[in-house]
Design a protein around this ligand. Structure first.
Ligand code: ADP
Length: 190
């Protein structure tokens, strides 16, 4: 089973992915984690990605598509994957469709975690206010930029999948358990 978890930064995609990895034996493919590993390894891709990621902008479609394509050739992904943080643009969604069909794979569900963006921002602003870390204010600005980037570049993939009839929306503002059980019902029916 291959699924996409969609939603703005802070929606809880990582938390829900972890639960699905443990509960269903799926492999999490987080392009954010893979890019952070490239940054830590100081690879050519990592060196180019770092400044872009630090601003909260998106790295180029080609880079992430290549990373995902390579990963889908690994044996451990055959049991099924959760795409987390990918696709993030319509071009990535289109490329993923082509990749999957060329590899004889398919998508079983696209799950959108819908959240109240004002609540996301106030959560991070409050955290910054409580923190003595001087970088906290920067983080608020970066989060705001990431939300703008999400709205402008990523949200258009929601209608893309809705038109294909693949989209399921879950209220992401519930507790971790409530969100997890809503996702479980969708996957059990898929
Ligand atoms: P989050 O904290 O929302 O889970 P991620 O860890 O998914 O964020 O991503 C961190 C950063 O990595 C993004 O802000 C972006 O710069 C880059 N990135 C991750 N996935 C992609 C992608 N699919 N396309 C372009 N850039 C990406």
């Amino acid at each position: 089973m291959n699924i996409i978890l969609l939603g703005p930064p802070g929606a809880g995609k990582g938390t829900q992915s972890d639960l699905l990895v443990n509960g269903r034996g799926l492999v999490q493919l987080s392009t954010g984690d893979m890019l952070r590993a490239a940054v830590a390894a100081k690879s050519e891709v990592g060196i180019r990605a770092k400044a872009i990621m630090d601003r909260g902008d998106l790295v180029s479609d080609d880079v992430v598509i290549d990373i995902i394509s390579d990963r889908l050739d690994d044996d451990d992904t055959k049991a099924g994957v959760i795409f987390d943080g990918f696709p993030r643009t319509v071009a990535q969604a289109e490329a993923l469709d082509k990749l999957l069909s060329s590899k004889g794979l398919s998508l079983d569900a696209v799950i959108e975690l819908s959240v109240d963006e004002d609540a996301l921002v106030s959560r991070i602003v409050n955290r910054a206010g409580e923190s003595s870390d001087a970088r906290a204010d920067d983080n608020v600005e970066i989060l705001r930029n990431r939300l703008v980037v999400y709205k402008e570049q990523t949200a258009p993939i929601i209608p893309y999948y809705r038109e294909k009839g693949a989209l399921k929306t879950v209220d992401g503002m519930g507790s971790v358990e409530v969100v997890a059980s809503a996702i479980a019902s969708i996957l059990d029916a898929a």
